[in-house]
Design a protein around this ligand. Sequence first.
Ligand code: AMP
Ligand code: ZN
Length: 434
Amino acid sequence: MYLCGPTVYNYAHIGNARPAVVFDLLARLLRRRYKLTFARNLTDVDDKINAAALESGKPIEEITARYIEAYNEDMGALGVQLPDIEPRATQHIDEMIEMISTLIDKGHAYVADGHVLFDVESHPDYGALSRRDLREMIAGARVEVAPYKKAAHDFVLWKPSTPELPGWDSPWGRGRPGWHIECSAMARKHLGITIDIHAGGRDLIFPHHENELAQSRCAHDGAEFARYWVHNGFLSMDSEKMSKSLGNVLLVHDLIKTYPGELIRLALLSAHYKQPLDWSDETLSSARRMLDRLYGAVRGIEVTAAERAAAEPPAKLIAALEDDLNTPKALAEFFALAKSLNKETDPAERQQLAASMFASGDLMGLLRSDPEQWFAGEAEGELTAAEIEDLIEKRNAARAAKDFAAADGFRDQLAAAGVQIEDSADGTNWRRSG
Ligand code: AMP
Ligand code: ZN
């Protein structure tokens, strides 16, 4: 399986985390039945990286090294396991040059003005993946065509670099690869001519995957490139597109300071991967309630590591995941199991059901904390229940002494930690708003 990975010039936002989490689950599921080799690349040469280096005055390698580390750390917090192979574009320049030369030799690419371009019209199947008709595309093209291009939709395989930009020597002069050829060359090198599964976000279908497909098939005499394509739907924020200009870009790096990683993971898995997912405060609080239910069921039951490893998730849960990764259904089965456990009174049966809960958690990347710790909220820097009660007591004492400024201060401190309080006839109640 090949997954298009991040371009490493900034922190991953919660939308970027969706493919990482969803296809991590797919990888875990596939490993139950098959021998899987999973590659997720790192795009470490790109004009956005060059721009970030220029803006910060830092060397490119420093930027990419920093964000590669941050990416793996942030995704690790979400329970994303490292893929088997993490190929970096800058370490595969020779393979890219070789594939580009093959495409030129076979009449699918041409050299123009220091660039090498893919000749889209040389490949009659172009558009098949994204269901676009090439003639319609030509008729509809309004983009200004670069003078060196034969046709507007021809795309760059290689482009020249000025001395201050990163570049490598090639038969076409010093330059750097286009984005699409990176994935074709790395997939070929590590997974072979035909791969079983190619994954990525649905925004990548066109042009990125259409172009990868065209390059790979044309370089390999029409051989199949990917047997299955899987694309995740987009994540929006409060029904709006996430974008810098709207100021609603939520970074995983920040989010994991406030929320346990598995809560974010569960939120990302709560919708079917192909569907859009709208992210709001409610997404997180609903994920919190779901995890409370799961942890609540296993709380107080001692399950050894060996019992956990020997147990199996319910067959229905696996069947749901094996049906095109139906995570809403799989989660419903998970809750059904929790319910049976809650109702069961026989200790031996309870033990078995709890082991199956943990096995389900291991498959889905959930239930990774100790249940007591989960409820204490000690994980990930949250206030513990005792600390919350303590602050509430201080606040109520301040109020009783009519020191309202101090009382408000304690209330603000709680609110900042995501704890809402409510006064009622029988005292002050609190809940976590996450
Ligand atoms: P990028 O680093 O921008 O190339 O994006 C990395 C991955 O994140 C790609 O697979 C994108 O399809 C995916 N992606 C970016 N934004 C979103 C979003 N809002 N929702 C879901 N996936 C996204
Ligand atoms: Zn790709």
